[in-house]
Design a protein around this ligand. Structure first.
Ligand code: C2E
Ligand code: CA
Ligand code: CA
Length: 461
């Protein structure tokens, strides 16, 4: 009958439509719960998988959550391009799936992965398991014909000991990862309660730093830079100090790393530049001021306008300002860094390469930009004695720098003997406790006066 036929057709169409909608919904759910690039579960799905695994965990069984962060991923992206970075992520995901068939693997975002292994026997060897995970990441990967030595840092939390709910386990795995990143590449760290305490202290220090930025809670100290060749004071390096309301005077080594990590180094560095330029305008106008610039300030792009402002407001001549950078500014993006350096140089300020010799490709950076000055790291000066051959290294550096049209300064000079070897080996400038420790601004007029009065005999003595 015609009518039943029609009903049948309608019904079939309806069924097809329902099926299509369901399929579409499945796709939407899949897209919402998976990472498009690798096809792995995303953070949202991982959280669900974790809570299900925790719910079915039997007494005595352990469950492992690992947070993984690829080492040098940014470097791959910056040097080989984003498609190469994508390829590294996809290859990593694939390899993990093959090597750890019993694990649930997710991509949390960026270069972060998570691994969940459940049903672990109480007597299982967790250290061996961690080593096995570590080994999955440490391998050579070929991308576009280029071989990359990939590795990853891993943080591990184990239920029930390190937490019985997903939120706690993920937080603790993340804290362990933070620690393992700090310990260097290609390592793993198990969660321990002390990490919680350290994180709390970091948060507290970050809050205190913000307050200090707001209230002007920092101070600049100054350390003389001395010209050996002309036997005269050349200028001062500005070194930041933090007189903390509860903890007393804190040195930069203790808070600059956190300031860099949190980006707070940008406003702090801005303050240092302004303050250093302002201070220098009160000195005799043949004295220079050197300011340390952290890599993070380079990435922030506002650096040259900050420098311009600091010069403009203080009225300091650009030729009296020297910016000290370390070669780690080159790690992220060489082209961009060179552009920024040339931009700064065009303002008329000088550029010094700080801590020379502590990085691993110092020579190539030395050739890539015409630095005004090379500051030879303290570690080379410490070993200087008449007996050893450390002076040959100094000679090599001063000869090379001179050939490239750069002057050299030796850091950390503590003994007259070191000063004389440096003078002999062609080093033009020195800095160190032999001359003076860094001092507060109010002590500078005395120091400047001393140099003017007793020069050069006092220094030679
Ligand atoms: P740096 O730039 O290498 O500064 C020299 C450091 O060596 C200073 O430590 C100084 O006190 C110390 N020093 C100088 N002469 C001697 C010596 O004869 N013997 C020994 N053992 N040490 C000597 P300080 O002031 O604790 O600064 C440490 C580091 O913190 C600096 O190393 C620099 O990298 C960073 N820093 C300091 N101020 C700033 C700043 O304003 N901004 C940034 N981004 N970093 C800063
Ligand atoms: Ca420095
Ligand atoms: Ca230095």
């Amino acid at each position: 009958m015609k009518t039943t036929d029609e009903v049948g057709r309608l019904s079939a169409n309806f069924q097809a439509m329902v099926g299509a909608i369901e399929e579409r919904e499945r796709q939407i759910v899949h897209v919402g719960l998976h990472d498009g690039l690798t096809g792995l579960p995303n953070r949202k799905l991982f959280v669900e998988q974790l809570s299900r695994a925790l719910a079915r965990r039997k007494d005595g069984e352990q469950l492992l959550v690992a947070y993984v962060d690829l080492d040098d991923f940014k470097l791959v992206n910056d040097t080989l391009g984003h498609p190469a970075g994508d390829s590294l992520l996809r290859q990593t995901a694939e390899h993990l799936g093959e090597r750890l068939p019993d694990a649930q693997i997710a991509r949390l975002g960026g270069d972060e992965f998570a691994i969940l292994i459940d049903g672990i026997e109480p007597e299982a060897n967790l250290a061996a398991l961690a080593d096995e995970m570590q080994a999955c990441f440490g391998r050579a990967i070929v991308i576009d014909g280029q071989t990359i030595e990939a590795s990853a840092s891993i943080g591990i939390a184990i239920a029930p000991g390190d937490g019985e709910d997903g939120v706690t386990l993920m937080k603790n795995a993340d804290l362990a990862l933070y620690r393992s990143k700090h310990d260097g590449k290609a390592g793993h760290h198990f969660f321990e309660p002390a990490l919680d305490e350290q994180a709390r202290m970091r948060r507290e220090m970050e809050l205190d730093l913000r307050t200090a930025i707001r209230d002007g809670g920092f101070e600049l100290y100054f350390q003389p830079l001395y010209n050996l060749r002309d036997d005269r004071l050349e200028g001062f390096e500005a070194l930041i100090r933090w007189p903390h309301p509860r903890r007393g005077m804190i040195g930069p080594a203790e808070f600059i790393p956190l300031a860099e990590e949190t980006g707070l180094i940008v406003p702090i560095g801005e303050w240092v530049l302004h303050e250093a330029c302002r201070a220098a305008t009160r000195w005799p106008d043949d004295l220079t001021v050197a300011v340390n610039i952290s890599p993070r300030q380079f990435v922030s792009s506002g650096l040259s306008s900050t420098v311009l402002q600091a010069l403009g407001r203080s009225g300091l001549s650009p030729s009296r300002l020297e910016l000290e950078i370390t070669e780690s500014v080159f790690i992220t993006n060489v082209e961009k860094t060179l552009g920024a350096l040339h931009g700064l140089r065009d303002l008329g300020v000088k550029i010094a390469l700080d801590d020379f010799g502590t990085g691993y490709s110092s020579l190539s950076y030395l050739r890539s930009f015409p630095f005004d000055k090379v500051k030879i790291d303290r570690s080379f000066v410490r070993d200087l004695t008449e007996e050893g051959n450390a002076h040959a290294v100094i000679r090599a550096i001063t000869t090379l720098a001179e050939a490239l049209g750069m002057v050299t300064l030796a850091e950390g000079v503590e003994l007259p003997e070191q000063r004389e070897i440096l003078r002999r080996e062609g080093c033009q400038f020195i800095q160190g406790f032999l001359l003076s420790e860094p001092v507060a601004e109010r002590c500078l007029s005395d120091l400047i006066g001393d140099y003017a009065e007793y020069q050069p005999a006092a220094i030679r003595a």
